[in-house]
Ligand binder design. Structure first.
Ligand code: 5GP
Ligand code: MN
Ligand code: MN
Length: 322
């Protein structure tokens, strides 16, 4: 039986010219797994480009990268593409969709419902982060997870496990983290870079948005909305909203937390969060999105009030089953 990580390691060893990408509006796992894969290719002496339609978020500007992250696709007709942390190909952005050679497409991901859109697919929903998968490829190729490679893997691991607190924090995850720490990473110093560099404006946005938190269905559902006006009034942007929903999930008795963010006049990004066995992925999928059991999202193309009422209706129906 073929083992996807070994097949992929073989392609990396024998081919050349790779475009490495991840989902738009990248989170720590998207950036961490891109960086990790880039370091692996660098160690192999290959030509590669790190591409993300949204670029490198300011929050990760401190991370050591093997190459800059570009927002324009290079002129590279024979390139292999590696998509990381993309539950479907659309998540990599429209520009990549039209450019990509489907015969040379490697899909490495851990999302539920990934349809296997690549010519090589390694989709494993038991993985806590895509960076954990990148670590496995590094291991296949004999590269120790030290220095910047270890840090990149750790970034994906810590962000996708909620700092090693969610259900996906398995013994294997902690063993991998321990291996990276043994090779020199200092978690305290790392977390100070990741978490303690917030702009004051972000805290002001959070307090404004959180003060309007609504509890529905006897407190089983918590809902927050983030409008364009909230962002403008506090001088913040989309990247400052990441994590608001996780705070709302902490409210006692809440089974599902939901947030709606106004990305355009008729473009509302929604996020869903749950704990334990409550699976929010199917609800996100029913609105054309996707994700994981306890963290899913998508976009509703409607006004804020229309999006809010259809999401609340779906949440109420879902809450009856809990
Ligand atoms: P977030 O709510 O933080 O944006 O995303 C939570 C999870 O849902 C992430 O794993 C993310 O990849 C996934 N997700 C968010 N938006 C979409 C979407 O539009 N489509 C799909 N397939 N997954 C999404
Ligand atoms: Mn991600
Ligand atoms: Mn991920």
């Amino acid at each position: 039986m073929s083992i996807p990580s070994k097949d992929i390691a073989h392609i990396l060893r024998t081919e050349d010219d790779f475009l490495v990408t991840a989902h738009v509006n990248p989170d720590g796992d998207a950036i961490g797994s891109m960086a990790a894969m880039g370091f692996v290719l660098q160690h192999l002496g290959k030509r590669f480009t790190l591409y993300n339609q949204s670029g490198l978020p300011r929050d990760f500007a401190w991370l050591s990268l093997p190459a800059p992250i570009t927002t324009s696709i290079p002129d590279c007709p024979a390139c292999w593409t590696i998509t990381l942390d993309c539950g479907d190909l659309h998540r990599a952005g429209d520009a990549l969709m039209t450019w990509v050679d489907r015969q040379r497409l490697i899909n490495i991901d851990h999302h539920l419902g990934n349809p296997g859109f690549g010519s090589f697919n390694w989709v494993d929903t038991s993985m806590a982060s895509t960076s954990q998968m990148a670590a496995q490829i590094a291991r296949e190729l004999g590269f120790p997870l030290e220095g910047a490679l270890g840090e990149a893997v750790f970034l994906g691991l810590t962000t996708d496990t909620g700092s090693f607190s969610y259900d996906n924090t398995t013994a294997r995850v902690l063993e991998l983290a321990a291996e990276i720490v043994r090779l020199g990473l200092k978690p305290g110093q790392f977390n100070a870079k990741l978490q303690n560099q917030q702009p004051l404006e972000r805290i002001q946005l959070w307090s404004r948005v959180l003060s309007r938190t609504q509890l529905l269905d006897s407190g089983k559902i918590a809902l927050v909305t983030i409008t364009r006006q909230d962002l403008d009034a506090t001088g913040t942007g989309m990247q400052d909203t990441d994590g608001i929903i996780n705070t709302v999930r902490r409210i006692k008795g809440v089974a599902v937390a939901a947030s709606l963010r106004e990305d355009g006049p008729k473009e509302i990004k929604f996020s869903l969060r749950s704990s334990g066995n409550v699976n929010v992925q199917p609800m996100a999928a029913s609105f054309g999105g996707g994700g994981h059991k306890n963290a899913a999202g998508g976009t509703i193309f409607a006004s804020m009030s229309e999006a809010e009422s259809s999401l609340v209706q779906a949440l109420r129906t879902f809450a009856e089953t809990l």
